[in-house]
Design a protein around this ligand. Structure first.
Ligand SMILES: Cc1cc2nc3c(=O)[nH]c(=O)nc-3n(C[C@H](O)[C@H](O)[C@H](O)COP(=O)(O)O)c2cc1C
Length: 402
């Protein structure tokens, strides 16, 4: 358990485990029953032609619980439906792989690349809709961080740079990451085609939109990060070039799915394998990146930081506020939003339109209803991911401790 917690602290929580623990302990001790009156967290919010019944979303979380062929696994329908039943307006799925080339990151990760996978998702989107929820598919290409690839067997990335850190054991990884192959122009075209195809399949599977995973150190983030992108072609160098793949994916997906299908983009500074990383030009990068995202045609920007409400850079706005200011699209903020007060602070001060909850939602799949009913929240425990961060382990953990 200590080992797992250490690894998780490296990957998810910026080396600030102690702070997080204190924070979570605070939650278990504290009654969360106060002051929902006057807050906007339970007010409607409309994106395109979709109206969310409140501002509360489930953050994307990889659960390695699909079948080996990338169809959804037996426990996934109840898992996703339970968040809708628990009052979350919006559910963003775990990262779904987009092609049968280099996109897959994990064994037992679900895909959106073929008919069988589309059919398997239909039961889930239907169940969420029946429970009055909206569901968005997160589309993800793992790039250099791929730990498993059923199709090609090795990874590819902007440049042949060995990733920092170690593979994640709770996703069946072990040891160092491999050195990826440098993507050719043809590989990049296949990446774009993969996102387009997966978005079209997501629409057919009944999703309300797609979120393009541009964060956390995965492929797209490898393009914007200077030390993983050593390219000298039009995809490397200045930020405008490092963002080119985002532009090509977003504009191509928009062309394929039309205006009435939600497209979001996720951005972070830190990475699962580099928790301290900051954008090199700080606010100038934030301004340019978010202005670009709007220009490329997204409906929303989803920012994730260790603590959403904190300054992105010394004394600056939070990353979500930068997205609001310069992106001028709907903004979802994520990161250590655990209590009702955390949620209200971000929404009521207009730092974000929606907040997404990760680990605390796993411990409280009915977080919105708990808050509404003035009940106490359960604390989150990393034991839920030990030894594997899948739904079976979590279910067994909750049966014992829930
Ligand atoms: C088990 C687990 C799996 C995750 N998988 C993904 C993922 O597939 N895509 C993604 O963008 N973020 C992923 N994340 C990051 C979360 O979306 C979120 O940003 C992070 O947990 C911080 O939010 P929190 O403080 O509310 O937990 C994952 C986090 C956890 C704990």
């Amino acid at each position: 358990m200590i080992k797992l917690t250490l690894i998780l602290s490296l990957f998810f929580i910026s080396g600030k485990m102690r702070q997080l623990n204190q924070h979570l302990v605070g939650i278990t001790m504290k009654s969360t029953n106060s002051k929902s009156n006057g807050s906007n967290i339970f007010s409607n919010h409309t994106i395109g032609n979709i109206t969310l019944k409140n501002r509360l979303a489930v953050a994307p979380m990889t659960r390695v619980s699909a079948n080996e062929d990338g169809t959804t696994g037996a426990l996934m329908k109840d898992y996703y439906q339970s968040f809708a039943q628990g009052g979350f307006a919006l559910i963003i799925t775990e990262g779904i792989y987009t092609d049968k080339h280099y996109s897959q990151g994990y064994k037992f990760q679900p895909g959106l690349t073929d008919e069988a996978q589309v059919e398997s998702w239909k039961g889930i989107t239907d169940a969420v809709h029946k429970s009055d929820g909206v569901i968005i598919a997160q589309l993800m290409h793992a790039g250099a961080l791929s730990q498993y690839n059923k199709y090609i067997g090795h990874s590819a990335a902007p440049s042949a740079v060995k990733p920092l850190g170690k593979e994640m054991t709770f996703y069946y990884g072990y040891g160092d990451y491999s050195v990826p192959k440098t993507m050719t122009k043809e590989d990049i075209d296949n990446v774009i085609k993969g996102f387009v195809n997966a978005a079209k399949l997501a629409k057919r599977a009944g999703f309300d939109g797609v979120e393009i995973h541009g964060a956390n150190g995965y492929l797209l983030d490898q393009f914007i990060t200077v030390y993983t992108n050593k390219r000298t072609d039009e995809y490397g160098g200045e930020l405008v070039n490092r963002l080119r793949i985002y532009k090509e994916i977003i504009t191509s997906v928009r062309e394929a799915v039309g205006q009435d299908f939600i497209i979001g983009i996720r951005f972070s500074q830190s990475k699962v394998n580099d928790s301290e990383y900051k954008w090199p030009e700080q606010s100038a990068d934030a301004k340019y990146t978010f202005q670009s995202a709007k220009r490329f045609g997204v409906d929303y920007i989803h920012t994730t930081e260790f603590i959403a409400k904190e300054s992105a850079f010394e004394g600056s706005l939070s990353l979500a506020e930068f997205a609001k200011k310069y992106g001028d699209v709907h903004v979802i903020a994520n990161g250590s939003v655990n209590s009702e007060d955390d949620a209200k602070l971000l929404i009521d001060s207009n730092q974000a339109d929606i907040i997404s909850l990760g680990k605390i939602a796993l411990a409280n799949q009915n977080w919105p209803n708990v808050i509404k009913d003035k009940q106490n929240l359960q604390g989150f425990s990393f034991d839920m991911f030990n030894p594997i961060a899948d739904l079976k382990t979590a279910k067994e953990f909750l049966a014992k401790n829930g």
